[in-house]
Design a protein around this ligand. Sequence first.
Ligand SMILES: *Cc1c(COP(=O)(O)O)cnc(C)c1O
Length: 466
Amino acid sequence: MTDQRQIPSIDHLRQRPAVKALEARFGRPAVRDALRQEAERLRQALARGGTCRDIGKCIEDRALMRLDAVSAFSLRTVLNATGVVIHTNLGRAPLSAKAAARVAELAAGYCNLEYDLGAGSRGRRDVHAERIICRLTGADAACVVNNNAAAALIALAALAAGREVIVSRGELVEIGGGFRVPDVLAQSGAVLREVGTTNRTRVSDYAAAITDRTALILRVHPSNFRIEGFTERPSVRELAALGARFSVPLVDDLGSGHVAANAPALRDEPTVQLTLQDGAALVLFSGDKLLGGPQAGIMVGSRSLVETIRRHPLMRAVRVDKMTYAALEVTLQAYESDRAHEIPVAGMIAAAATAIGERAERLAARVESVDLSATVIDGLSTIGGGSAPGATLPTRLLQLRHATLSASRLETRLRSLDPPVIARIDDGHVVLDLRTVLPAQDDLLASLLESLRTTHKDTVSHEKLT
Ligand SMILES: *Cc1c(COP(=O)(O)O)cnc(C)c1O
């Protein structure tokens, strides 16, 4: 049994080079506090019969773990191996390297966010990115707010408060995270006028509901579900034509923000351009779904509607910061100059199963061991994030089996790595879909998986002490 008098004093511990390094990193008071707590913990562990070969090192290691845990950021990088491209729980769209670099550049200094460089006086914030959005979508005017939920709220508040908005019962949807169309309408002060049924709504249903109290016809993309069978929903063109007869604008909440018409996997997804061409007066979409940019809500359409929205008092509450504009401009530029492949979301959706399979094979060969078997199998990725409901992409999955850990224990273990690896369980086995792992992260993922091969010795000694 270890003699308890062997526990060194705090002053003694502070002479250790590693502790000095900790002090430089975390400050003296925090390190002193951590050392005290860990020394006490060790004293108790030893009294219970625990063992430790190098007491100073034990305290030092545990103090570092404690300090790391306390100072760890709440927001952490994770590897998304779920195969869900636009994963709302995992931060949706990763920015392109160029967009991220541009954010860093603009964030670290001053910029002309609300300054007119020509006039040398106050300028407007809400006009940034407007030109490029208009060129890309063919709209007359555009305005960017914090997210698409905010876009819907302010558009309805500015254009329809106190008046009626006609919505099909088939489109009174909940998008997720508490965004329910009827609730947003109520918050905006507009009055919901439901028409049709869940599965079938005709142009004549809308026509019968139009009165002099009608402010808008609202069309909502049923982003996260699909009704099959006996269904009917008027096209944008039909509704726009109806609206034009009565001078009632059509607003289309598209959600997904699809602008790249040439992606085969998104054949059935309406583009912003076409929705405007077909006569929608205003189209709303997210910046961080299929567009693959920063979190934002983008409103495009007729100049008079956009200007009315801009003047609404809520605008100040839903405006975006310089980092959003910075990332958005670079993202939109990639589309405009046919470099959409630079946008991670676009690249991931376009990636072929064979290419994903080759990466998975390389990874399998590297991590396969006595403890861990790795097999490459066929599977499906999803686009996700309330975009292209039901759209899946054929992929190749890396199926992992651990000699001693069950699938759910292995999945938990993957989440405890640094950075955490988020996998999914298919048919009782852990699978990793490299479609959503950035190719530049393959090496990192391999070394993380290699760490699962053998249990680490120092983990054991820590566990013994606790
Ligand atoms: C996703 C979505 C929203 C909400 O967009 P956020 O950018 O997440 O606020 C609103 N409407 C539709 C149709 C959507 O798909």
